[in-house]
Design a protein around this ligand. Structure first.
Ligand SMILES: Nc1ncnc2c1ncn2[C@@H]1O[C@H](COP(=O)(O)OP(=O)(O)O)[C@@H](O)[C@H]1O
Ligand SMILES: [Mg+2]
Length: 416
């Protein structure tokens, strides 16, 4: 085996430890453009020189050429290793000249081919299932059986995909050990690594911007944030992301809201504006920080809202008093019966336009969901998670939403 000096700069940092990962099942999932495919293609190239044989699969065979095959060829070039490989387009194989080990490619739509494919020397040590969410559970089960036989290498099955749908078999099969908010999880023989475009320093500014400005909440959640897609029970779908710098500069009346938090929950504040006529709520800015004592919070708020009133969670009257004594015009929210549900419904009746800079609010809006009962039915109770800035937004707009309530309340509510 020739000695390879791999410049560390050619692999995104987050993936580097996984060049040597020996777990049987390896799941690389997350947002688009996060470098998953390029990393795995690079790893194949290095592995085959070390005596591993790969089968690389996708659901549809003809899509392999434009994806894995190309990425692997580019990786070979990038590493300056083309003299070490024999590439046969007609046979769809890439063979290492030093040891005869191979990268084989096949679509799961060609069952006969899959069955017959074997490397020219040794056994199959690796399977990489690219865009694995396209593939069926049965495909995985069948292929998993192919990973057997004598080899000095640990057998590995590697998956890469965007997390399009949480009820997917991949989730059921591998995600027992997974905790939301984590990026890496290691179970028994399983590694799961979640990455997003932020982990890929090779991405162009244009690609980055396209992901950050994704207007569709579902796509934003899956392809920008790399979170498991939940179509069913997300509370807000009526939002989009825009650069609001100019809108804010011209906006006549800014409204502010604040939700207190300290150690586990953040202190969360928003600056927004209401366009009554067009039923639009603009969120211009957010403040989101853990561990702020009230004196520091007051300092932040001086920059954030100056002397403009800010409507705060009334569960902390002492904090409100303190902020007032520190020069902030903090007012308690009125809340009242069913104020959470009412506020949510009111917001659902508007288009929420979020400034590109409000990273946490975008995340909350894409994650905030209804609770489910044991059978998986959606309940009209929001989960008390991912709601800090959303609560602040409700407080900021409380006056507006309550005045509407008075005019639109049903007969029952008015006691008629
Ligand atoms: N190690 C790398 N070296 C050079 N470019 C890279 C590297 N990793 C990622 N890229 C660039 O980033 C783009 C997106 O990466 P990709 O692996 O396709 O993301 P994903 O598979 O997560 O959607 C690639 O098309 C490539 O231009
Ligand atoms: Mg990819």
């Amino acid at each position: 085996m020739p000695r390879l000096t791999l410049p560390p700069s050619c692999i995104n940092r987050v993936y580097r430890p996984h060049l040597e990962n020996q777990d049987r099942y390896q799941v690389y999932f997350g947002g688009a453009g996060s470098g998953k495919s390029v990393f795995l293609a690079t790893r194949c190239v290095l592995d085959v020189l070390q005596g591993r044989n790969y089968l690389i699969v996708r659901k549809v065979g003809r899509t392999l050429r434009s994806s894995c095959w190309n990425e692997i060829r580019k990786a070979i070039d990038r590493l300056g290793l083309s003299m070490l490989f024999h590439i046969s387009k007609t046979e769809n194989t890439i063979t290492a000249r030093n040891n005869g080990c191979q990268l084989l490619f096949a679509g799961l739509d060609d069952v006969e081919k899959i069955k017959s494919l074997t490397p020219q020397s040794g056994v199959l040590t690796d399977i990489w299932m690219e865009e694995a969410t396209e593939c069926a559970y049965e495909d995985f089960k069948q292929l998993d059986k192919r990973l057997r036989g004598e080899s000095r290498h640990q057998k590995r099955f590697t998956f890469s995909f965007n997390p399009i749908y949480q009820r997917h078999w991949l989730y059921r099969q591998f995600f027992d050990c997974w905790q939301d908010g984590k990026r890496l999880c290691r179970g028994k023989n399983v590694t799961i690594l979640k990455t997003t475009y932020l982990d890929n320093r090779f991405l162009t500014p244009d690609d980055r911007q396209a992901l950050e400005n994704e207007p569709d909440p579902y796509f934003y959640q899956v392809y920008t944030l790399g979170n498991w897609g939940v179509m069913g029970d997300v509370i807000f779908r009526n939002w989009e992301v825009q650069d609001l710098t100019e809108t804010k500069a011209a906006w006549p009346l800014l409204l502010y809201g604040l939700d207190f938090g300290f150690a586990t929950d953040p202190c969360a504040a928003v600056c927004c504006g209401l366009d009554r006529k067009n039923k639009r709520v603009y969120v211009f800015a957010e403040l989101y920080e853990k561990g702020l004592i009230n004196a520091h919070l007051a300092n932040r708020l001086k920059d954030f809202c100056g002397h403009t009133p800010i409507v705060c969670d009334s569960a902390e009257p002492k904090s409100i008093r303190e902020l007032r004594s520190l020069g902030i015009c903090a007012l308690p929210a009125r809340k009242g019966k069913d104020s959470v549900l009412h506020g949510i419904q009111w917001l659902q009746g508007h288009r929420i336009v979020v400034d590109t800079g409000c990273a946490h609010l975008k995340e909350e809006l894409s994650l905030y969901r209804w609770q489910q009962d044991r059978e998986g039915h959606t309940l009209p109770i929001p989960m008390d998670k991912n709601n800090h800035l959303i609560d602040a937004l409700r407080y900021a707009l409380e006056h507006e939403s309550n005045s509407r309530r008075a005019t639109t309340a049903g007969k029952g509510e008015l006691g008629l």
